[in-house]
Design a protein around this ligand. Sequence first.
Ligand code: URA
Length: 236
Amino acid sequence: MKKERFDKIISNQFNISRKDARIAIRRGKGFVDGCVLKDPSAAVDIESEIVFDGKKLDYKKYVYILMNKPKGVLSASEDKRQKAVVDLVPLEFKRNGLFPVGRLDKDTTGLLIITNDGDFAHRVISPNKDVDKVYIATLDGTVTKDMEEAFLKGVVLADGTVCKSAKLEGMPNNKAKVTVSEGKYHQIKRMFGTVGLGVNELERRSIGDLCLPTDMQKGECKLLNDEEISLIFSKC
Ligand code: URA
């Protein structure tokens, strides 16, 4: 049985402070399996039937949120000065400890997963797990066959960092599709830098077999279900 303090559960699920949760619980607003529970420190099985302030909790400890990241927002849990991706998560999806799985640059758009599950994030990010990430880049020049071969061989970045083999496919209008299975800092922009191309726009389209839905507005979020999560690891 997974037990947690009652006030912690209420605070996490309703996105209220621990202090407010404690006060409300003491006032008799919390019920566990049909009985009022006024002790905020009581250890409660998170899978019991919990009702708070008249609302039944559908408790899920971990959440997996897919966001279509807009430009101009930091891939961070919070920031003192700038808007962070977790600020855009709707209240009903919020949990304590949310963070983005890997970072997209401030000016990069597209598929970003936000979660509070560290083990899951590690499986997605770790280069050893070989989860493909697909990006569409808009470039200031045209991709050549030599560049495609260089990416396939494994690019060496300006600072000597060796990248794993990547698939580069030139597209019309100076666009290109790049598939990488790692996530080094500014990796795509730095990889194109080694072949003399600048990146004007960058969008992440997929992680594993999980694709960015085409009908999602920038900044929109949705919860991933188990089937969608398993798509990320379908080739591992
Ligand atoms: N590579 C980059 O250069 N930027 C990103 O945001 C993601 C990958």
